[in-house]
Design a protein around this ligand. Structure first.
Ligand code: ZN
Length: 76
């Protein structure tokens, strides 16, 4: 995981899911493209054509630290 904080990681994932062009955060040379070009169904995995870094968005999402601060207990 190249992103350091949760907000950056979430923004990065959202861009990928929205099919936006995202420059590889590792090398910054190329726009990420689908890892499986032929399988249109599984478009959650992305790959950088320059450095070969693979970004599996589902895995990255699960690896994110839980945002406990925003989950306030319901009181009152
Ligand atoms: Zn790269």
């Amino acid at each position: 995981m190249v992103t350091e904080d949760r907000d950056t990681a979430v923004a990065f994932l959202k861009k990928l899911w929205c099919e936006e062009k995202v420059v590889c955060p590792k090398c910054g040379k190329s726009v990420l493209e689908h890892l499986h070009k032929k399988a249109k169904k599984s478009n959650c995995d992305w790959k950088c054509p320059s450095c070969g870094e693979i970004y599996r968005t589902i895995h990255m999402l699960k690896a994110l630290p839980r945002d406990r601060e925003s989950q306030k207990p319901m009181e009152g």
